[in-house]
Structure formats: C-alpha cells, structure tokens
Design a protein around this ligand. Sequence first.
Ligand code: SAM
Ligand code: SF4
Length: 334
Amino acid sequence: MTKKLVDSYGRSINYLRLSVTDKCNLNCFYCRSDPGRCTVENTEDEELTVEDYRQISEVAVALGISRIRLTGGEPLLRADIVEIVNAIASIKGMNDVSLTTNGILLEKMSQELSAAGLKRVNISLDSLDESNFRHITQGGRLRSTLTGIECALSAGLGPVKLNVVLLKGINDHEIEKFIRLTIDRDLHVRFIEYMPTAGQQGKWSNYFLDLNRVMEIARSVAPLQEVQGEHGGGPARYYTLQGAVGKIGLISPLSRHFCARCNRLRVTSDGKLKPCLFSDAEVDLRPALGDKKQLELKFREAAVLRTDPLIAACNSGDRSEQCIAKRPMFKIGG
Ligand code: SAM
Ligand code: SF4
C-alpha cells in the first residue's frame, strides 16, 4: 500500500487542482490583462493530454488525494473536457470531481459534464450588473453566466458556489446584492480577496479591499451565524444570514492566513506541479509521465518543497509581497 502524502510540516494533502488550459474566453482585468503575459498561451503540444491527466490523477489517488478540481484559464474551452472529467471520475477512490468556470459554456455542457461524473461547479461572477460585468470581464455578457448558473443547478451540479473577487470601487457597491442572493436560494456566495500577481502590483494596490467590509454589510442585513465544519479543508469560512437558505463564504489569502491547514497541490496545464500558491517552486511532471513510480516521486518532491506555514503566514503587509507569483492566476489554475 502506498504511503499517503504528508508534507514536511505534517499537513496531509488530499486535494488537487488540475489546470487544463491557460486559454480563456474572457479577459477579467484583474486576471488576464497584462498584455506581455496574456498573449503568450500554451500551444496544444504543451498542454497535457487526457491520458496524462488520467495517469497523474491515478497516482494522486493512490497517494491519498480523493478530491480533484479542474480549472484554467477557462476549462470548458478544452474540446476534450468531458473525456478528462470521465477519465478522472472513473478512477476508483476518486470521490469528488469538480470544476471552476466562468459559466459561459455551461448552458451547452452541464448535462454532458454531469453524465461524465462531474459533481459540482464553482462559477466566477464578479458583478450582477450588465455593464459592470462587461467592464470587469472586458467584454463578457452577464446573461451567459446567469444562464450557466441555472443550467448547472438543473443538471444537479450543486451546490453551486459563486466566486466574487472583491474589487474596491468596482464591485464593492454590489456586496449587499450578492449577499441577498443567499436568502432564498441555496447558493454559496464566496467573496475572495484580490491577490497580487506578476505585472499587477499597481492594479492590486488600487483595487484591493479586505473582506471585513463584507462582514459589516452582511451584519447590517441580518444576524450572521458561522457555519461550523463547512470548509472541508478549504480556505473559505462560511456564514449564514438568519433564516437564509444559502451561505456566504469568505476567502482571505491576505488578511487572514489559511496556510496552516493547506491541503492542496496544483498542476498547471503545461505539466508543472506547484507545491504552494505563494511560491514560484515547480516540479516538472513531464519527464515522469508513463512511469507511475516516477510520478509518485515527483509528488513526494513537491510535498517536501511546500512552504513552511509559519513563514508563509506572516503579517498581511509582508504577505502581499510574498503573494506576487511569477505566473498570473490563469496560468496557475486558480
Ligand atoms: N476561468 C475560470 C473562472 O474564472 O472561474 C477558472 C479559472 S480562474 C483563474 C479561477 C478563479 O481565480 C476565479 O474565481 C477568479 O476570479 C480567481 N482569480 C483570478 N485572478 C485572481 C486574483 N488575482 N486574485 C484572486 N482571485 C483571482
Ligand atoms: Fe478567464 Fe477566469 Fe481569469 Fe476571468 S478569472 S480571465 S474567466 S481565467
């Protein structure tokens, strides 16, 4: 029996994010608007294949990983995304295959993805206002994402988690509207702090807002209760408004630290295993493809390279420096 994956600091690793592409059909200004970087996308030859994802996931499952999330870029742009889902969901011991998407293609693909074994989706939605949505995504149509949410729910891909990156002066006036979505629908609305990535530092300091503002507004709407045991090892803290059906989630990589309970690794679409979101360390999986023992060694190498949670979880000022990763988020797989 393979020894389970535990990092040098005693944290068990049971969750993997697989990026399947760095391409996207939106250009959210906080993610994909640095022209120097965003025009350079992986070629098809550089992207991992369905078979590569199967092998990586089989090894991950043997090492104790039971949950995998597919992401990107926009994962639904991969022509073979249904095959990828199916290949991973068919692995014995794989309990939960989920996907993060901007939702545009869910109208067309929800049923097929669900039939292939996808359990849940997280959908990015940074504005509920048509023109603000277009502004943030640099051309996207709000209606496509809203329709995608309804199609995902109809296909049984719930509970649907909505990811809202909080941007000062851009969407903070919409916090209450987002919060009110949870009152009569079983949606998990998760506010995320904007993280600085390479080439975005100027933008980051203009638009960063910590999530205390969300708590203040939520408390003014109704009494709030913390939901215990809901984070499933993930970084979100969850709350419900009194009497509400849905939940409010807070993901604060900068103002509150969650490194001590970090349970995850990431694989980029060009085959690099990333031990820590806040570090530029990468382990190249490509040379090990085709050999499960070698792939296992690569996972163990990455576990050793994980950042000390005590160093990573320093004060929030230093943390913004530390967060600046060389790859922008769409190239890591957020
Ligand atoms: N395209 C898909 C989507 O938008 O959901 C999946 C990839 S996207 C990189 C994954 C998540 O990362 C999204 O929720 C997005 O809002 C978030 N994200 C991107 N850049 C970010 C940043 N600089 N700080 C915080 N979250 C970010
Ligand atoms: Fe694309 Fe998602 Fe980045 Fe927006 S956040 S540009 S949808 S990868």
